[in-house]
Design a protein. Structure first.
Length: 382
């Protein structure tokens, strides 16, 4: 039987109780523009908790071909500390309105987007911006959005009541963009040999709500914690024989931080296959002040309300993972190595650094061959 502590149950109840009446649903009718945004900052914790450098945009694209790509974004060649994944901007308006929207990325570059936008990139400073002009937000228009054959979790973000929009002849439920960043996440963490995780904020700000999740060979468990201080120690969640995931808790967190229920459900549905894959990771809500600092948002005319809810995903490289990767590299076990996907490179680098000098050359050569599929040149659709 899968057992959850009273602390977890109580926390979820508190989160749900903290949601003001009506915040989990679209406003019935309001003479104002409301803007809601969600996204993910994905990073990997190094030995001392620092965000590691890696190639966060490697591997096959999971986006439809109608999504635009930055010519500067050669797949697998960009290095960064954070993969900014699938921010989407929803608009709610009781009447047709035209808006201009701009997002600056002071420590990163925009790599993908839709609809058509003006994207600026400065490779020298690893900075950029994206702007959509004359966005027609139109509740009077019938939703008609592009769809391609083949699956993509991109489409799941449409499962909301947001007002349809148009840029030139391109229609969508939201404004979409992605990028690669060179900034330090607001939370750091380490995990020791026994599996205890220590979490802290560099500025000693309140950590807030976090979820420690582990999936080891299909056996899943997690722990939900709330910390008012700037440091928190979490014991390894007890693994059992029942597969589950913290979807309910994540949805409650997202609603408590400002998203409507359908938005929260769309975000969790979009990322469920990735968030709950094998490995150990920490989920947290990025403070709004940090989001505004990293991604300043300007809009004309100014909206009456803005909610920006980003989930931080911090991958933790456990002793068990490093041992498994080392054995697989030595044995040439491609199947085991493949399941680590885009995270194999940084995990493998730690394995090589911790190995005996006599083994490093062999391990490095096999690691390079194993990560090659994640660093190939990007193949553009069509």
């Amino acid at each position: 039987m899968h057992v959850r502590s009273a602390t977890v149950v109580t926390l979820v109840a508190l989160l749900l109780a903290a949601v003001p009446a009506g915040i989990g649903s679209q406003p019935a009718d309001s003479p104002r523009i409301v803007v809601h945004e969600w996204g993910t900052f994905t990073s990997i914790a190094g030995e001392h908790g620092e965000a590691m450098q890696w190639r966060p945009n490697g591997g096959a694209s999971d986006l439809p071909c109608f999504v635009d790509r930055n010519l500067f974004n050669i797949k697998g060649t960009l290095w960064g500390t954070v993969r900014m994944e699938t921010p989407v901007l929803y608009f709610y308006s009781p009447r047709d309105v035209t808006v201009d929207v701009k997002v600056d990325f002071k420590q990163g570059v925009i790599t993908e987007w839709y609809p058509k936008a003006f994207v600026a990139t400065n490779p020298a400073t690893m900075s950029g911006s994206i702007a959509w002009y004359k966005v027609q937000v139109s509740p009077s228009s019938a939703p008609s959005f592009p769809v391609e054959t083949g699956g993509s979790h991109y489409y799941l973000a449409r499962g909301t009541d947001a007002t349809p929009l148009r840029v030139d002849q391109q229609t969508e439920r939201f404004l979409f963009y992605r990028g690669v960043g060179q900034f330090a996440p607001p939370i750091s963490a380490t995990v020791d040999e026994r599996g205890k995780t220590v979490v802290w904020t560099p500025r000693e700000n309140a950590i807030g709500d976090v979820i420690l999740f582990e999936n080891r060979k299909g056996v899943v468990s997690y722990s939900v914690q709330r910390a008012a201080g700037g440091r928190l120690a979490i014991d390894r969640p007890v693994l059992d024989d029942e597969t589950t995931s913290p979807k309910k808790e994540l949805i409650a967190l997202l609603i408590a931080n400002g998203l409507y229920r359908k938005e929260a459900e769309a975000m969790v549905a979009t990322w469920s296959d990735s968030w709950f894959e094998e490995g150990t990771r920490l989920f947290y809500v990025v403070p709004r002040a940090s989001v505004d600092e990293i991604l300043p948002l300007t809009m004309t005319p100014a909206p009456a309300e803005v909610a920006r809810v980003f989930v931080g995903r911090l991958e933790l490289v456990t002793a068990a993972a490093r041992t498994e990767v080392r054995r697989a590299l030595m044995a040439g076990d491609a199947a085991v190595l493949a399941k680590y996907g885009r995270f194999l490179g940084p995990i493998g680098e730690r394995v090589v650094a911790e190995s005996a000098p006599a083994e490093r050359e062999l391990l490095q050569a096999r690691l390079k061959a194993s990560v090659a599929p994640w660093t190939t040149t990007f193949s553009y659709c069509g």
